[in-house]
Design a protein around this ligand. Structure first.
Ligand SMILES: Cc1cc2nc3c(=O)[nH]c(=O)nc-3n(C[C@H](O)[C@H](O)[C@H](O)COP(=O)(O)OP(=O)(O)OC[C@H]3O[C@@H](n4cnc5c(N)ncnc54)[C@H](O)[C@@H]3O)c2cc1C
Length: 417
């Protein structure tokens, strides 16, 4: 145990997990948050804790399928790089990784974080008595067309052989028997039995309570970190819009905004916002019982205990904060294509989030090369909720100079130069 102080920059699920693991090992932790606690990408996401999502976004098929999708009038993807050099560079680096070798090299490090976090969630929720609508109802990938359904069989073969992550095949009749909320004109589904889901905003509210009440973590909202204050290779404080804050250790967990703080860190942080949307309603009368992903249309349905969420889209359009009505319509119309009752009640919340996307789908977890006491925990792509507890544990192990419980080399922030 120690009595040193740590500042965590960012109160999303990653910053919160880091603060939690540090506080449990005796650090006096302060979280600095430029908005309000957990109000950004960790607020309205789909809530899947999904060890099934082993493969990176950059697959051999990604470029072809993205171009095909972009040609559609109504596509869940959008790319508008404009004059943003950093986004052009990001897209180019991403495209170079769309091959089998890189996909297979990346997947084990994604899987390690997912599997460890799945286990750590059970521990966290039990030990800290957190009720966040956690349900182990698995996750069903649903397919409209027989071609896509069969093609997924090849992916399942790969995931089974190389990653021991098999799905169970559900032909149409069996699927409808299992989930009668689905319309009959679908081809079938693949079911992942280790996936779970929760209500993200409730998780964050409850976790906050544990941090402040049990571990005396301070949370300063509306406090934006502008830059690190350094003496040679040591950061001794941060300059914020509310004055200076000092500490012995700093954890940078600012999600998609992390690159704005990379002065002095000594490494490139190729993170771009991958914008997505969700809408939340009350549970419709005939809501699905199990979480679903309509894989060909990229829409996810999360039936929570106190609500029902549709989420989707991946837009590379910079830090845009609009919520266009037609994106919400896309969610509703797609759900109505698959479900008898896709929800006609009032929409309780519309939301967008900037996923912190890296070019290789792996997060950056580890020390900043140029500042010895700054740790980076960012770039968790589409899986930050699913990877948070393991990330927090790794950060605490770095901070406490312990041997990390996972091989951390794939997450090294230095890997981009
Ligand atoms: C539609 C959608 C659905 C998703 N569904 C899932 C899912 O089902 N499962 C899953 O695992 N993941 C999902 N994700 C991804 C997941 O939401 C993200 O990976 C995760 O929330 C990222 O967490 P974070 O803590 O890194 O970022 P954030 O939650 O964005 O937190 C970063 C925080 O840092 C703060 N900050 C930034 N700069 C500063 C600064 N200078 N000073 C102080 N504070 C600062 C921000 O205000 C913010 O609160 C989804 C994302 C979207 C958009």
């Amino acid at each position: 145990m120690n009595s040193r102080s740590a500042i965590v920059i960012g109160s999303g699920v990653i910053g919160t997990a880091c603060a939690y693991s540090l506080a449990r090992t005796g650090w006096k932790v302060t979280i600095l948050e430029k908005n309000t606690f957990a109000s950004q990408c960790s607020h309205g996401n789909c809530g899947f804790v999904c060890p099934s999502h082993v493969l990176p976004l950059a697959t051999p098929d990604a470029i072809r399928s993205t171009f095909k999708a972009l040609l559609k009038r109504d596509s869940p993807f959008k790319i508008r790089p404009g004059l943003r050099f950093s986004l052009w560079r990001w897209l180019w680096d991403f495209a170079k990784r769309c091959n089998e070798r890189d996909m297979l090299e990346t997947a084990p490090s994604i899987q390690a974080l997912l599997n460890a976090s799945r286990r750590l969630y059970e521990q966290l929720l039990t030990e800290e008595n957190i009720s966040c609508e956690w349900q182990t109802k698995r996750l069903m990938f649903v397919f409209r067309t027989p071609q896509a359904f069969d093609h997924y069989g090849e992916i399942n073969h790969l995931l089974t052989e190389k990653f021991q992550a098999p799905a169970r095949k559900f032909p149409r009749e069996e699927l409808i028997e299992l989930e009668p909320a689905l319309k009959p004109d679908i081809a079938g589904g693949w079911w992942y039995e280790h996936d779970a889901h929760l209500r993200p905003d409730v998780l964050m509210t409850q976790w906050r309570k544990v941090l402040t009440e049990k571990y005396q973590v301070r949370i300063l909202e509306k406090t934006e970190v502008k830059r690190f204050l350094r003496r040679e290779q040591i950061a001794h404080g941060v300059q914020t819009n509310q004055g200076e804050q000092s500490a012995d250790l700093f954890v940078l967990a600012a999600g998609a905004l992390t690159p704005f703080l990379n002065d002095h860190l000594g490494c490139r942080l190729p993170i771009q916002p991958g914008k997505g949307y969700s809408l939340t309603m009350n549970l419709p009368e005939k809501a699905p019982k199990i979480p679903l992903i309509f894989e060909e249309d990229r829409v996810a349905v999360t039936p929570m205990q106190t609500g029902y969420r549709l989420g989707s889209m991946m837009e590379f359009i910079g830090y845009d904060s609009s919520i266009p009505e037609k994106r919400l319509q896309y969610l509703k119309q797609t759900a109505a294509r698959y479900l008898h009752d896709a929800g006609t009640g009032p929409v309780l919340e519309t939301w967008y989030g900037w996923r912190p996307m890296t070019t290789d789908s792996k997060p950056l977890i580890g020390p900043a090369p140029a500042l010895k006491n700054v740790l980076i925990a960012a770039g968790h792509n589409m899986l930050g909720l699913s990877m948070a507890p393991a990330t927090g544990q790794l950060i605490a192990e770095f901070a406490n100079q312990q041997t990390p419980f996972l091989d951390v080399r794939p997450y090294d922030p230095k890997r981009f130069g």
